[in-house]
Each structure stands twice: as C-alpha cells, then as structure tokens.
Write a protein that binds this ligand. Structure first.
Ligand SMILES: [Zn+2]
Length: 254
C-alpha cells in the first residue's frame, strides 16, 4: 500500500477523467491520496473531493503564489473548512522566491499567519520552499508548527535536511528524484532515516521518469518509491511500507 501525500486532483487538467485517474492509482496499490490545496477555491474543492472518496484526504491553505490575494475573509473561510474531519493538514504554505508571483514581504506575512492558524487548529503543515531555504528555516524556527509537518518535494541540502529532521519534520520526495540532475535529493534520500520520508507526485506537475513530458498522476508515485528503494538498497515493498507508515504518522491517521 502506497500513499500519494501531495496531489492536486482538483486541478482542471483532471476535469475530464478524474475518476479514472483515481481508479488507476488504486489498481496499482496507491490506496490513499491527499488532495493539497493552494488557494481559497482549491481548499473548497479539496474538501469536496475528499468528501466524495473515503480514501482521499484534504488540506486547506494558500500557496505563496496566491499570498497577495488573502483577506480576513479568506482566513474565516479556511478555518471553517478545516473543521471538516477529512482535513488532515494546513497547506501548501511557504515561500517561493523562484517565481516571485507575490511580493516577498507579503509571502512571509501570509506564511507566518498560516503557521499560527495551523497551530490554532491543531493541524500539521505542508511546506513549499522554492529558493527560499534561509528565510523558511528562520521562520519555522521562530514559529514552530506544534503538530509538525512536511517539506514537500524537498530540494534543499542534506545539511538543511538534518536541521529540519531535528525539528521533527518529515521530508517528501517526488518526480525530480528520478531525474538525472537530482544530486541534492539523492544525497538526502540516501542519508535520511527510514522513519522520516514520505512520497508524493505533486500531480499534475513534476512527472517522474519514464513518464516525463506527460501529465503526472498518483499512479506514477510508484516510480518515486522505486528510486528510493534503489538508493537505500531495500526492497520496493519495504520502501512502500515505510513511506505509508510515515504518512500515517505525519497526518495522524493511525
Ligand atoms: Zn503542490
């Protein structure tokens, strides 16, 4: 049994065949998926999808790209949605200094606000960090998530990973781990303890090899598990088992 801990099944790229995509995943052993929100509308969609399928969970939260669209009304809406029992985390939240679609000071403010909201709601957090390692580390140290959380599609160094692991975070790996230029992620996966990693697709983005160039979907998370098994020198089944046990602990679903 495998968990896809980070899927955007509400994305419009799945509008024509969402049911089939979900069924394909289930058929190859990807039994549980977490639909990650990135905006106010997508938080509502994530909860709708999780309500429809017993094996899909949801998050609510605002991606740093959408930080400048937030108002007090956004938080009221998200707090209401987060009370749904299928909501297992607050995210994805964080900083994105690669695309800079919202001004950086607003990104930081909105990130801190959501770390506080997650603590108020008793939820772990799903963190997006793109080219913002220094500021993210500083902020999570100052505003530690009380229920822990995960760095999704982790792209930092092993040195930073060690600090995050010491703070109790899980690290999640995705398609880029299977790419030829994946030096950092390979080093981190090789070194990370077996009880601290999870896997994800981030679908429809970040498609793993050998499907690169196609739309990504939860069934392909097997390629990430395969790569972790290879790097750690353990059987596929073991890597799958560790990642799903870790996901259950991360999202508190024992
Ligand atoms: Zn994502």
């Amino acid at each position: 049994m495998i968990w896809d801990t980070h899927a955007h099944l509400d994305d419009k790229q799945f509008n024509s065949d969402r049911d089939k995509v979900i069924q394909r995943a289930r058929e190859v052993g990807v039994k549980t998926m977490v639909n990650i929100a990135h905006s106010e509308p997508s938080s509502g969609e994530a909860v709708n999808i999780a309500t429809k399928y017993p094996f899909i969970y949801a998050t609510v939260g605002i991606h740093p790209h959408n930080a400048q669209s937030c108002t007090e009304k956004t938080w009221e809406h998200l707090i209401r949605l987060a009370q749904n029992p299928k909501v297992v985390a607050w995210g994805e939240i964080g900083l994105d200094y690669y695309r800079d679609l919202s001004p950086r000071d607003i990104q930081r403010k909105v990130f801190i606000r959501q770390l506080e909201l997650a603590n108020d709601m008793g939820l772990p957090v799903v963190i997006h960090d793109r080219d913002a390692h220094g500021d993210i580390l500083q902020i999570v140290k100052k505003h530690p998530p009380q229920e822990g959380g995960v760095f999704h599609s982790y792209s930092g160094s092993w040195e930073m990973a060690r600090e995050l692991l010491a703070m109790g975070f899980y690290l999640s790996f995705s398609g880029p781990l299977t790419y030829k230029n994946a030096r950092h992620a390979v080093e981190v996966v090789t070194n990370i303890p077996e009880d601290r990693f999870v896997v994800e697709t981030d679908c429809p983005y970040l498609t793993p090899e050998p499907y690169r160039g196609k739309r990504n979907e939860p069934a392909y998370v097997r390629e990430v598990v395969k790569k972790i098994a290879e790097l750690k020198g353990i059987p596929f089944e073991k890597a799958a088992q560790f990642s799903s046990e870790n996901a259950q602990k991360l999202f508190r679903l024992k």
